[in-house]
Design a protein around this ligand. Structure first.
Ligand SMILES: NC(=O)c1ccc[n+]([C@@H]2O[C@H](COP(=O)([O-])OP(=O)(O)OC[C@H]3O[C@@H](n4cnc5c(N)ncnc54)[C@H](O)[C@@H]3O)[C@@H](O)[C@H]2O)c1
Length: 462
């Protein structure tokens, strides 16, 4: 199959490389000339484990190539994927479909012979109808089938997810299109990956419903975590206790600072808007969006609580900036709201992230960017773990404590065990584990009292 991939971002590049790896000929197109030049030099513009090797392995035999010129690859293609961005539209939260519609117009002008146009971008219900209308209006002679084939990959595990999906959703009723899509995914079919053929509108909604459900699960456990802190329960045990129930499942039950990233926040907002437009308000999701928005900033109050609200002039070290580990994506990362709130409270912020520093520098000003975790912690009054990168899971706690001006750790990802932190002399707070969030004044272990003494020595107001 000859495939043109329009949009070479996270989804377009990973999908293009994987489809080439299945044995098809793929040309990835992007408007961003710098991105294409970098790819032609063998440089990968995003951080995604395994992607560099996969791109190289398929580019060298010529199965995968890159261009800014859409016309020729589309003209020659059996299938054209649209994988451009669909960010939140400024002001109202609807999905901004201008990139999708622009791509549809450009594709229409270049079509030649029967072509399957496949929307991989996450788009609201009815977008496929509009793409079809745009193409047919621009080219009365066009022989196209417009298909919805939403993508479910996760950044950080994108190649694995693309090659081992739980299911492939294909929204079309066109038999010729079904054959083309089935051929593209044939290697997965051999692995018995379920292919779900649905109407186009149903496929479009499946993607939003999936993300909205997962976002709801995260928000649910976050609120249960807040309750755990008040009533003396442990959210990790609650999550395990409910997650072992097959009807619930254990995934997406990790309490933390709220969901972020390039998908959940914008997709929840867009689905809420679609539903309102159809007079079917999705109240649960409206609340999920609102609760999550306030949560990120509220995490800064966990830090200030360790200093009885007196954060002005304190130095806070933030470990992890990206919205999750193994990506450099900073889109709607909880660290953005957290750091802004810490700065609003008068704190100075130092930060380190293994992959997201250059993206972060464009978004977060007045932050001192550090070499590594220990450089970041140096002379800090508090350390916040905002993203659970693997390298933050086994920090040398003695070294960390000795480096810090004040041994306060606020662990927003529950990476460490409270007892371990107390033993090493830290004042420690986390999410939804009430024993860890105690005020250190009860009759606790010697280590806890020692850590309180250290904090007190630095913070006279305590
Ligand atoms: N990132 C994810 O984890 C993920 C997962 C599943 C689905 N999605 C969805 O996939 C879509 C793409 O997301 P992304 O994260 O890859 O976006 P991205 O911003 O990383 O990439 C989009 C790319 O499209 C290019 N582009 C825009 N208009 C173009 C045009 N007319 N011609 C050629 N190139 C054009 C941009 O220059 C950019 O490089 C979105 O709808 C998103 O919701 C993303």
């Amino acid at each position: 199959m000859r495939v043109a991939m329009i949009g070479t971002g996270y989804v377009g590049l990973v999908s293009g490389a994987c489809i080439a790896d299945f044995g098809h000929n793929v040309i990835c197109v992007d408007k961003d000339a710098a991105k294409i030049e970098a790819l032609e030099r063998g440089e990968i513009p995003i951080y995604e484990p395994g992607l560099q090797d996969l791109v190289r392995a398929n580019a060298s035999p010529g199965r995968l190539s890159f261009t800014t010129a859409l016309e020729e690859p589309v003209r020659a293609a059996d299938a054209v994927f649209i994988a451009v961005g669909t960010p939140s539209r400024r002001g109202d939260g609807h999905a901004d479909l201008s990139y999708v519609y622009d791509a549809a117009r450009e594709i229409a002008a270049a079509l030649d012979g029967f072509t399957v146009v496949i929307t991989k971008s996450t788009v609201p219900v009815g977008t496929g109808d509009e793409v079809e209308r745009i193409i047919n209006e621009a080219r009365r002679d066009a022989d196209v089938a417009v298909v919805s084939n939403p993508e479910f990959l996760r950044e950080g595990a994108a190649i694995h997810d693309f090659k081992h999906p739980d299911r492939i959703v294909v929204g079309t009723q066109d038999e010729r299109a079904k054959k083309v899509v089935a051929e593209i995914y044939r290697p997965l079919n051999l692995n018995q990956t379920p292919i779900l053929y649905t109407s186009r509108r149903t496929a479009e909604l499946i993607k939003y419903a999936a993300n909205a459900f997962l976002a709801t699960k995260v928000t649910f456990i976050n609120e249960i975590a807040d309750l755990c802190e008040k009533v003396g329960a442990d959210v990790q045990e609650v999550a395990r206790g409910i997650g072992l129930d097959n009807r619930i499942g254990s995934k997406f039950l990790h309490a933390g600072p709220g969901f972020g990233g390039s998908c959940f926040p914008k997709d929840v907002r867009a689905l809420v808007k679609t539903a309102q437009d159809h007079d079917v308000p999705l109240r649960i999701l409206e609340v999920v969006a609102a609760v999550n928005d306030t949560r990120k900033r509220a995490m800064a109050r966990k830090v200030s609580a360790m200093f009885a609200g007196a954060l002005r002039g304190k130095t806070v070290a933030v470990l992890g900036l990206t919205f999750k580990p193994n990506t450099d994506d900073m889109r709607e990362a909880p660290s953005l709201a957290l750091i802004t709130a810490l700065q609003d409270m008068g704190a100075r912020v130092r930060a380190f992230d293994p992959a997201g520093m250059s993206q972060a520098q464009a978004l977060l000003k007045e932050v001192v960017y550090c070499e590594d975790a220990y450089d970041c912690a140096d002379a800090a009054d508090a350390l916040v773990i905002a993203t659970e990168w693997e390298q933050f899971r086994a920090l040398d706690l003695e070294r960390l404590r000795d480096l810090m001006a004040c041994p306060v750790v606020v662990d927003l990802r529950n990476v460490y065990r409270p007892e371990e932190m107390y033993r090493h002399g830290f004042a420690y707070a986390c999410v939804g584990r009430s024993l860890a969030a105690t005020d250190f004044t009860d009759d606790g272990s010697l280590a806890r009292l020692l850590s309180l003494a250290k904090v007190r020595a630095r913070v006279p107001s305590l």
